[in-house]
Design a protein around this ligand. Structure first.
Ligand code: GDP
Length: 589
């Protein structure tokens, strides 16, 4: 009889984000009834407006429902994209890097002009953040328009991974310069392969062999010397060998086997965005998987919308865009941010829901989010989030740089490695901070200081900068952080055990075991295993623990309690429930 009564109760799960219309459907009443209830609570809402979840809860209860908020994970909203689609070769996405004045901009311009096939078709190059170069035989390369590793690293700092290949421009009359080294280190930090374009070979003082020698010392050994780095001698000014460079880029792309799914919903990255007075939010997206079409509902970061119109880098209208294609799109409700990933979803409602949930999460995270702090290293490792300590070193002299590099790298152990992402003489710059942010690294300054911009960026992005003037102290600090990096040992501690003396099937809950605590204590939410005839038949958690009707935290030896095991209902009289906790112990060095 009692069971029948329980069935009378109307239970409803309300999504975190719900509109008046959706709430009315859930509660099986006309929308105006919900609106009236809302008015009673002082909330004036139209049918398509979202209702704050606490208010939705109250409305449901007022209408006789037992309601709870269903936490919606954005993962469950984003559909699994079926993987039956074939992956096909896609054009490489390339960034041009190098020291200032070595010819990055000129090279990009020349490459675009080499683009004969496109010129015939008409269309004027637009600056949308990336451009596509098509060779006469139809093969394509996508170039990011902003040269330099700064743009590349700041996209990376936002989690975007778009670049396949870096073209390192080194002027043959100037050789390796500080930003050349920085560019190499930035590319290496993210495992982006490098092709070297030795530029300005038309100049009288050009010495391409010197560039090869200098880069070899940095580990970029030319193929003709038995290494694996492609070097191409070019003149961005005269165009000499630029086509050969493009061929080599495509060759490397082939070796890298760059592939993407062409069919199915699009995914990719926002590389630029701006607010246009006439057109509203305008974003440049690079499609990385699938095909983006006009009309597609899309979410990018915390903004969403529907693709209203799409243009390529020549300003031509498109209806669809496949992998590696940069497109300028209209239709976002708000401005997405460069570096945000975008996905196409089933409908606009879903897009809005995902955006809303992300917004809420972001607000929560913003309070917590920060870069890696040296003090956190220990904890991060305990939580299994880190097994490599990345450092950026800036020092006053080459001597101290080499000494620190050596001493710090030697602190590596088989379990933990210390990796110097970038080391150079000079002050700490904004680039260093962006690299640290993008790669979760810590900056160590020895007798150097951050400049004002670097300081501000570090504060904003919460990047840890440690300043030292005694080498020994720097080494000690890192060593101490590394002690935590050693994998802690997991140790199990049994808390107690209980015998099952009766079982109860409870509607909507499952089987609850009536137990007697034999020794120690049974603790709510602790790990538990079920032992039958000496054999462990279940491992999981104590989901709920009651003494009589009351929820309790723990029950001690000699007392009775009701135990519900998480996701398990097959408990039998005579079973033993053992409750334990896992402790992480610091290993001794
Ligand atoms: P960026 O700072 O790396 O983007 O360098 P730019 O593309 O602005 O080039 C810097 C200067 O070098 C400009 O005056 C260019 O005209 C010149 N330059 C670039 N490439 C070449 C080249 O191949 N040969 C010669 N002679 N000059 C070049």
């Amino acid at each position: 009889k009692k069971e029948e009564q329980e069935e009378e109760i109307k239970i409803v799960q309300i999504p975190e984000i719900v509109t008046v219309r959706e709430l009315a459907e859930l509660l099986r009443v006309p929308p105006n009834v919900v609106m009236a209830e809302l008015l009673k609570k002082g909330v004036l809402a139209t049918i398509n407006q979202t209702v704050p979840s606490e208010v939705a809860l109250q409305v449901a209860e007022a209408l006789g429902f037992l309601a709870e908020i269903k936490k919606q994970e954005e993962e469950t909203l984003e559909e699994e994209i079926p993987d039956h689609w074939e992956k096909l070769p896609r054009p490489p996405i390339v960034v041009v890097m190098g020291h200032v004045d070595h010819g990055k901009t000129t090279l990009l311009d020349t490459i675009r002009k080499t683009n004969v096939a496109e010129r015939e078709k008409g269309g004027i190059t637009q600056h949308i953040g990336a451009s596509v170069v098509q060779l006469p035989d139809g093969r394509k390369i996508t170039f990011l328009d902003t040269p330099g590793h700064e743009a590349f690293t700041s996209l990376r700092a936002r989690g975007a991974q778009i670049t396949d290949i870096a073209v390192l421009v080194v002027a043959a009359d100037d050789g390796v310069m500080p930003q050349t080294v920085e560019a190499i280190n930035h590319a290496r930090a993210f495992n982006v392969p490098i092709i070297v374009a030795v530029n300005k070979i038309d100049k009288p003082g050009a010495d391409p062999q010197r560039v090869r020698r200098e880069l070899s010392e940095l580990g970029l050994i030319p193929e003709e010397w038995g290494g694996d780095t492609i070097f191409v001698d070019v003149s961005a000014k005269t165009g000499q060998n630029v086509e050969a460079l493009l061929e080599y880029i495509l060759l490397l792309a082939e070796i890298l086997e760059l592939k993407a799914r062409v069919e199915g919903p699009a995914k990719g990255t926002v590389i630029e965005s701006k607010l246009d007075k006439q057109r509203g939010p305008v974003a440049t997206l690079i499609v990385q998987e699938g095909t983006l079409k006009v009309g597609d509902p899309v979410v990018a970061g915390t903004s969403y919308g529907r693709i209203r119109a799409m243009f390529d880098d020549k300003g031509r209208k498109l209806n669809s865009a496949g992998p590696s294609t940069p497109v300028e799109v209209l239709g976002f409700e708000e401005l997405p941010m460069a570096g945000d990933t975008f996905i196409v979803v089933e409908d606009e409602k879903k897009a809005r829901q995902i955006a809303e949930i992300r917004k809420q999460k972001k607000e929560q995270q913003e309070k917590l989010s920060r870069g890696l702090m040296l003090e956190d290293v220990f904890k991060k490792i305990e939580e299994g989030e880190l097994n490599e300590l990345r450092l950026i070193l800036k020092t006053d002299t080459i001597g101290s740089l080499e000494a620190l590099k050596k001493a710090l790298t030697e602190l590596s152990t088989p379990e933990v490695s210390v990796r110097i992402l970038h080391g150079a003489v000079g002050g700490i710059t904004e680039n260093d901070v962006m690299l640290a942010k993008a790669s979760q690294a810590i900056i160590i300054g020895f007798n150097t200081r951050p400049d004002l911009k670097a300081k501000e960026t570090a504060e904003r992005e919460k990047v840890d900068i440690k300043l030292y003037s005694i080498i020994y102290e720097a080494i000690e600090d890192v060593k101490n952080a590394l002690r935590g990096l050693l994998k802690p040992v997991q140790k199990e501690v049994v808390l107690g055990s209980a015998e099952v003396r009766a079982t109860f099937k409870i509607k909507g809950v499952g089987t609850v075991a009536g137990c007697y605590v034999l020794d120690g204590k049974i603790v709510r939410n602790a790990n538990a295993r079920l032992i039958r005839d000496g054999v462990v038949i279940y491992t999981g958690k104590i989901e709920s623990l009651k003494r009589f009707k009351e929820d309790v935290q723990e029950v001690a030896k000699g007392f009775e309690c009701g135990v519900k095991l998480k996701d398990y209902n097959d408990v039998k009289v005579g079973d033993i429930i053992e409750c334990y906790e896992v402790k992480l112990e610091k290993p001794s060095l």
